[in-house]
Each structure stands twice: as C-alpha cells, then as structure tokens.
Design a protein around this ligand. Structure first.
Ligand SMILES: C[S@@+](CC[C@H](N)C(=O)[O-])C[C@H]1O[C@@H](n2cnc3c(N)ncnc32)[C@H](O)[C@@H]1O
Length: 487
C-alpha cells in the first residue's frame, strides 16, 4: 500500500472529470432500477483514490450545495489538488491524505461514492477495505460506483502488458521506466504482430505517461469477472444495481438476452451479464452498487423515465431517404428510423438541446407532434423504449439533476471558477454536465477567463479588442457548450 503511494508521489496521476461518475448520472441509472437514490443537489459525495481531485473539483461548480470529500494516499497529489481548491475558493470540497484502509466512521455517511481507477490496482486486502467502507458508509439508498478490469475481456490486454513488465526495471526512476516502455512500444509498432496485439500496442501508445505507468505497467493488476466482483460485493451486503454506461448491461444486449433468457431472478441476471461480457469481450466495467434489497429487477419503463432529465448527444443528419431519418452522435453512433413516433421523439430531444427535456415533457411533445398518437399508456411505453435504446447507444444522457447552467448568456455572463482555471491552464474545460468540452477558437479561449460575472458585452469587447458581435457569437457558443452558470 505504502508503495502505491510512493509511486504516485513519484509520477502523479492528474485526475480528470469522468462524466458517468457524476451523482446526477449515478442517481439516474440507479433510479431506473427502482433505487430511490438520494437527492443529488444536497448529497454527500465521497471519492476514494481521487488523486489530485480533478473529478471532484469540477463538481464544485455543478453541485454547489453538495458536500464533496476526496481521499487519496498520495500526499503530492492531494497537495496539488488543495492548491487548486484554494485558488477556486470553493468551500464544498475537502481533499484528504488517507489510506482507504484507515478510513473509519469519522467521515460520516455518504449518498454517493466513487471508486474509479483504484480497485484493480490495489491488493486484495485494500479491495476488501474499499468494499467494507462502502457497505459501512452508504446511506440506505446510496449508490456506489466501482470500476475494475474485467475478465474474460481483459485477457486480451495481458500479452502486451506482460511484454512491458518483462522489460521493466522497477529499480529505475519512474520517468526512465516510462521511456523504456515507450521505446519497446515503438519497436513493436514496427513489427509484424497479430492484429489484436498491434491494436493493443496502438491503444497503449495513445495513453499519457501517468496512465501508461500506473494503469498498464503497475505490478498490481488483478482483473476479475463480473460474477466474482458481485460475490465479493455481496459478502459485504452490497448488490449490483446498474452500470455507469447502460450499454455495458447484459440486460440491454439483445444477443445475451436471447441466449440467457429474460428471467428476472438473480441467477438469470448473472448469467445474462456473464454471457454479455463474453460475447463483447468487455475489458472494463463501472458497476453501480447499492444496499441489498434497495433495487428491483426487469427492464425499466415509462414510470422510471418520466422523472429523469434527458439530454440529447446527437444531431439529425441529412441524407436519409424516403420517410426515414438518421441521427448521429459522438464516435459515429447512429440511429436510423422510419417510425414516426421515434422520429418525433428524437426530433424533440435534438430540438431542445442544449436544454434537457424531462421524461414527461418529452411524451407531451411527441403526442403533440403525431397526427394520430396512440393511447397514453402505449405512447409512454414506446417513447421510453426509444429513449432507453438511445441511452444504451450513448446518444442520450440520463440525469437526475439539472445543474445551475445558463442556456442563454445573461447580461454579465459567468463561467465557473473551475472552467476559468482550466482554460487558463490551457486544457479542455469541464462543462456543468460534467463533460469535457474543448473551446477551440482563440477568441473563445481569451473570453472565457473574463467571464466572472462582472463584465457586460461592451467591457468584454473592449478588454479583448473585438466587436460586440464577435463577443455575442462566442458567448452563444459558450452557452451551447454548457459552461455558463445561471444567475
Ligand atoms: C490510477 S489513479 C486513479 C486516479 C483517479 N481516480 C482517476 O481515475 O483519474 C489511483 C489513485 O489511487 C490512489 N491510491 C492507491 N492506493 C490507495 C490507498 N490504499 N488509499 C488511498 N488511495 C490510494 C493513488 O495514490 C492514485 O492517486
């Protein structure tokens, strides 16, 4: 354990915001399965292995009334995070140097707990301490997110990792070890390898130095199957409720459902999930846990979706023929449909962006758009099915909470202190939906740090030496990107 801390002190691992760890997303994915997850705005949130707190620092803006606590073993990382926290002036986050094994009841109870990039890289006694801590400190309907390397898919990652580990010289300094690994990867890139290995080499080369060193070369790396993870969690009274990405659920994998059946008992569920992991060779899961007895099984329907907020992550594409319409999201995800009800649903969501639509509001809009809408129950069920399919394909985000985001720039526009700090540091910006967005134009990058709520259009134009029209256009882009705070 101490060794892990030392290595992270030697080569820190700057944490960034992971959208699916945000309590708004955790609550939505858990409520789909009947868990009455606690109110998000005022939640107590714990992150274990938070490194420099990058994930929580971003949440200070979207959850100003929540209480956020981050714990990490590395003094250097926590100190760096505290420095940034002081610069922000946020009072709703505390970052603490602690071994997760040494956390007792003193931190209190938590509504949401996040364990990302930790579980698979620590020895079993630390993993057990993490599960025990979650079981001890989650509130009755609290939700925990735990990500881990997954078998059998992770087996495919093992050969290149083994090559790196064999060539590694642990007695050398971290930077030198990374340089040696990079040299080996470059050599392998030029070699004739099995296509699978070549793809794995390319994946590793894309990772930054801290990720290559800590995630890929770490001596400690114990992947486990979903069933094994579940059994470990169950021994602490914790139950599986959902996944960070709904697309990772066997329940939404048609082939796994076909092969394992639709049974709603625990054994059928385990079998379906296991088959899906096999069929998709999934190497990683981000599983949501709750207390035993807090959830229910089965496919979510209209009742579960009605209270959630739905945010489109796609646009309507041109070029579809006849009555069908095509919608394209990130990473090439596409849906093409000729079903008027699906088209009305997707058009309503895309038309509302950057605003989310509440589930019930969406149904009302679809009803209004159809010449002959079906009866209420059927309409709600079919709209819910379309939304769920889109959420699984990452075309729609499900939220339980709307952050204090401005959909249009106000008189004296304001971006969060964290976004202003991020842009000053030259990086991508986390928006209020906890997503990384890049502000590409030079004017936009110069403008954002000035948006502290003290300047109107004329002052902004004057400060940057640009026209008020240009300021207006850039502000509109900022609002569209979700980085402006509501007054
Ligand atoms: C790979 S980093 C992940 C950081 C961050 N959660 C992310 O995913 O970007 C793992 C972090 O876990 C911390 N860690 C390792 N063992 C720990 C322990 N026993 N107690 C607390 N933190 C620990 C390390 O210091 C490091 O910052």
């Amino acid at each position: 354990v101490a060794d892990g801390g030392t290595l992270y002190d030697a080569l820190p691992y700057p944490a960034r915001a992971f959208d699916v760890t945000h309590p708004s997303r955790l609550a939505a994915n858990a409520r789909l399965f009947g868990v009455e997850a606690p109110p998000v705005a005022t939640a107590r949130v714990l992150e274990l292995g938070c490194a420099d707190g990058g994930n929580l620092l971003a949440m200070t803006a979207s959850l100003p009334a929540a209480e956020l606590i981050g714990v990490d073993l590395s003094e250097r990382e926590v100190e760096s995070g505290r420095g940034r926290l002081r610069a922000l002036g946020a009072t709703n986050l505390a970052l603490e140097v602690r071994d997760v094994c040494a956390v007792g009841g003193e931190l209190g109870a938590f509504d949401y707990a996040i364990v990302h990039g930790l579980f698979s890289w620590v020895p079993e006694p630390v993993q057990e301490a993490v599960l025990a801590l979650l079981a001890r400190s989650l509130t009755p309907n609290g939700v925990a997110y735990v990500s881990y390397n997954l078998l059998p898919g992770w087996h495919l990652r093992a050969p290149i990792r083994d090559l790196l580990r064999r060539a590694d010289r642990p007695e050398l300094a971290a930077a030198e070890r990374v340089a040696r690994a990079r040299a080996l990867l470059s050599r392998l890139e030029k070699a004739e390898l099995h296509p699978h290995l070549a793809a794995e080499v390319a994946r590793m080369q894309e990772r930054d130095d801290p990720a290559l060193f800590h995630d890929e070369m770490n001596a400690e790396n114990a992947p486990l199957s979903f069933e094994a993870f579940l059994a470990r969690a169950a021994a602490h009274g914790l139950d599986f409720v959902s996944e960070g990405h709904l697309g990772d659920l066997g329940l939404f994998d048609p082939l796994a459902v076909e092969l394992a059946g639709e049974g709603e008992d625990a054994a059928s569920e385990r079998e379906r999930e296991a088959l899906s992991d096999l069929l998709r060779l999934r190497p990683f899961r981000a599983t949501l846990l709750c207390r035993r007895g807090a959830r229910r099984r089965g496919v979510p329907g209209a009742a579960e979706l009605a209270p959630l907020y739905l945010l489109a992550r796609f646009g309507r594409a041109r070029g579809a023929v006849g009555p069908s319409a095509r919608y394209v999201g990130e990473r090439g995800a596409t849906i093409e449909t000729a079903d008027p009800l699906a088209i009305a649903t997707l058009d309503a969501l895309a038309g509302a962006f950057p605003r989310p639509l509440a589930g019930a509001e969406l149904v009302a809009q679809v009803r209004g758009a159809l010449a002959a809408p079906p009866a209420a129950d059927e309409l709600e069920a079919r709209v819910a099915a379309v939304v769920l399919r889109c959420a699984v394909a990452r075309l729609v985000e499900l939220h339980a909470h709307v952050p204090p985001v401005a959909f249009e720039p106000g008189e004296r526009p304001r971006a969060s202190a964290w976004a202003r700090e991020q842009i000053r540091a030259g990086g991508v910006v986390t928006n209020l939906w906890h997503r990384s967005v890049s502000i590409d134009s030079a004017h936009g990058r110069a403008l954002l740090p000035l948006l502290d709520g003290t300047r109107g259009r004329d002052a902004l134009a004057h400060a940057l030496g640009i026209s008020e029209e240009t300021v207006e256009a850039e502000l509109a882009l900022c609002a569209f990107s979700g980085v402006l705070l509501r007054d």
